[in-house]
Structures are given as C-alpha cells and as structure tokens.
Ligand binder design. Structure first.
Ligand code: BDR
Ligand code: CA
Length: 314
C-alpha cells in the first residue's frame, strides 16, 4: 500500500481524481493539501472539506498557499470549473469537517519526515505548496519516495498549452514554484497535457459512471455538466482526464510511455509558464542544464485501459 499526499485545487477533475485515490485499494491517502488554482484557496479548501465529509474520506485537510511564491496575483479558472470550483453544484454552508491547524507546506514536511522514503506526493494544482515545502526543508527532496504531477505540456500529440499557446494552467499559475520543484533532486513524473488531452470521458462514459458507481458516480455526473460544456464548446468529444490520469499513474505507470531529461520553466516574457525538457537521449552540446536532475515526462498513454481502470475502481 502506498502512502500518498494529494496536493490539489478542487476543481471538478481534482474531485474525480480524489475519488480514485479514496477507492483504490493500493492507495493509503494520508493527507490532502489545498491551494489557489481553479478557484481561491478559500473555495478549494471548502470543497476539499465538503468532499471529505460527504464521502467519508479520513485524510486530514491542510490549507495551503493563496497565491504564487512571487506574490503575483493568483490566476483562477472559473470559466472551466465554475465560480465555486465544482461546476456550480451547490455546496452546503454547514460543513463540519475542518482543516488542521497547520499550513499545507509544513504538513508536507512533517509527514515526509515521519515516513522517510515512503511518501508519494501527487500534485495536481499550482506547485506553490511543494516549492514552499522545499524552501522550508530542502532535505525532503531526498526523503520522499517520488513526486507525480499533473502540469505542463511538451508538444507531444501537438499539445502545448491551455491558458496560452505555450503554457498549461498549473504551471502558468506559479511558474517560479514549478521551476524550483524541477530543480530539486527528487524523482518527478510529469503527466502533462500531452497525455491528459488524449484521454477523454465521453457523455456516454459519464452516464455509465452515474448508473454503475452509486452516489459518487451520480455526483461526478452532476459536477461534470459545467466542465463538459466547456470542453464540448472547445470542440472536444468529451472531458479531458487531467488530474485522474496523474492519480492513475501512481498505480499503473505501465499505461504510460515516458522520456527522461531535466526540465525548466520559463518565468518571464511571452512564453511565461512554458515547460521545456532537454531530452537525455538527444546529443545536445553540453550546457548548464546537465547538472540538473532528470525527470520523466509522459509522452503517450493507453487511454481505453486507463478509463477502464477508473471505472472499475469506482
Ligand atoms: C489542470 O488545470 C485545472 O483546470 C485542472 O484541474 C488540471 O489540474 C489542467 O490544465
Ligand atoms: Ca487541478
């Protein structure tokens, strides 16, 4: 069983990934950390607490950063996830579950220190909490098992960005944090738009979840109405499976093909938020990227198998 901390900004697809983590028998969800992203950190934390309470998720929730490490304004995505982050499905006001009395980045540091070599960090929002954890205690890079993120885009299958022509939302929302995360010597697997835009849940698939997966399937149907409208208007045949693809990578890495190499993030100018990998298997002349740690990016995915695993798990 794998110990996982889920760093998230719920978020419609964040909620869908959370359900996979909750129901998969090989995953022991030991913490949920929230941050700015799809909505403000107040809203994403409230949503995490609501999901915890309604679906009986035991993991503690720790509230994280309200904005990027640079102090720049947070960039939200109400046009994709609705103003309330859950596709405008009404969330009750009287939520009893409460966040713990510790900021997300400190919870990450303390939990990693408590279980050296065991914790897997799954980050599917802005990378701010991870960067703050590294700033507070750089040694955690050698103490986690690994880091799996949803973020970035590297041009595979023609995918480069969803917020700008060259930037994906989780990186665009705090490029400096992502740059610091990629500079750290922990093993990272990156599930970017290259693969998440290749896995689509059609309306038919979502209807199947609604009828076969009980209350949670019905809830997914409800929160995905707004989100689906956004993707159908873009001309896609269904909704992109962003965060749940990264969650599935934890238990089924064989469904993905990867490429190794150091990664950097553009932190200013017109390519703000762009992710670039220097592939290890291409004979570029030596440069100062050579000393940087190598990470895996996903370049291809077995979409139908991934969707089947998600359905079976729920
Ligand atoms: C990412 O941005 C958010 O809209 C999703 O939750 C996902 O984490 C995709 O770019
Ligand atoms: Ca997300």
């Amino acid at each position: 069983v794998q110990k996982v901390i889920y760093d998230t900004d719920p978020g419609v697809d964040d909620a869908m990934a959370l359900f996979f983590l909750h129901y998969h028998p090989e995953i022991d969800l030991i913490g949920i950390t929230t941050g700015h992203g799809n909505a403000s950190v107040e809203i994403t934390t409230r949503n995490a607490l609501y999901l915890k309470e309604r679906f009986g998720i035991e993991a503690p929730v720790a509230r994280g950063a309200a904005g990027p490490v640079t102090g720049q304004d947070a960039h939200h995505a109400s046009g994709v996830h609705g103003e309330n982050g859950l596709g405008e499905v009404v969330v009750p006001e009287d939520i009893k579950a409460q966040a713990i009395d510790m900021p997300a980045h400190r919870f990450i540091v303390e939990t990693v220190r408590k279980h050296p070599g065991e914790v897997r960090l799954l980050a599917v929002g802005r990378m701010t909490n991870l960067a703050l954890a590294l700033r507070e205690d750089p040694e955690i890079a050698g103490l986690v098992k690994d880091v799996v993120i949803m973020g970035g885009a590297f041009g595979f299958n023609g995918h480069l960005g969803n917020v700008t022509p060259c930037a994906e939302a989780n990186i665009y929302g705090d490029p400096q944090a992502a740059e610091e995360m990629f500079a750290a010597p922990w093993p990272i697997a990156v599930i970017g738009l290259d693969v998440t835009h290749e896995v689509l849940m059609t309306q038919h698939y979502l209807r199947t979840l609604a009828t076969e997966a009980g209350e949670v399937g019905q809830f997914i149907w409800e929160i995905s109405r707004f989100y689906e409208n956004f993707y159908l208007k873009k001309g896609l045949a269904g909704i992109s499976v962003h965060d749940a693809s990264a969650a599935i990578y934890l238990v089924a890495p064989d469904l993905f093909e990867t490429r190794q190499g150091p990664i950097r993030v553009v932190c200013e100018g017109i390519a703000f938020g762009q992710t670039i990998q220097r592939p290890a298997n291409v004979g570029f002349p030596p440069n100062d990227w050579d000393g940087r740690p190598s990470h895996a990016i996903c370049t291809a995915v077995k979409g139908p198998e991934l969707l089947e695993l998600y359905r079976e798990t729920l």
